[in-house]
Design a binder for this molecule. Structure first.
Ligand code: DGP
Length: 129
């Protein structure tokens, strides 16, 4: 899929739409999700134009990949949700494509925390044999 420069996160990166900023550096912007699914729900996005994690891991530079990954622990520690910063831990989610219900076509990691988060994925029916 080609990158859509008019997606909502591109507009946030350009400063055309406000966000509740948590952290920013040369490679990433982190801000609070507008529809929080947990007491703490942060998003981390790269500043480069990548549709999803598949696009990013295939096409981003080593600097971008390292910068993006290092931002995860920075944000988790800043929010106090990592166990090493005294929190209870967190879940990191990256939806990619339609089956994962990716809504915004600019790569973003969700950091969810602040309560027990339950099973990792919703199961429509048990299919164990
Ligand atoms: P996903 O389904 O993984 O593509 O999640 C997209 C998330 O983006 C969803 O949890 C809601 C959030 N979101 C959508 N529009 C905005 C916005 O304008 N501002 C902020 N802060 N979050 C948004």
């Amino acid at each position: 899929m080609a990158y859509d420069k008019e997606n909502i996160f591109a507009k946030i990166l350009r400063g055309e739409i406000p966000c509740d900023k948590i952290y920013e550096d040369d490679y990433v912007l982190s801000f609070r999700d507008i529809r929080p699914q947990a007491p703490s729900h942060a998003l981390i996005i790269p500043k480069g134009e990548y549709v999803d994690i598949n696009d990013f891991s295939a096409n981003a530079s080593d600097h971008e990949i390292v910068g993006f990954n290092k931002a995860i622990s920075k944000v988790a520690d800043m929010l106090g949700i990592s166990e090493s910063s005294g929190g209870g831990g967190y879940r990191l989610i990256a939806n990619a494509g339609k089956d994962a219900h990716q809504e915004v076509p600019h790569l973003h990691f969700h950091l969810l925390a602040g309560r027990p988060l339950g099973p990792m994925v919703f199961r429509e029916k048990q299919e164990y044999k």
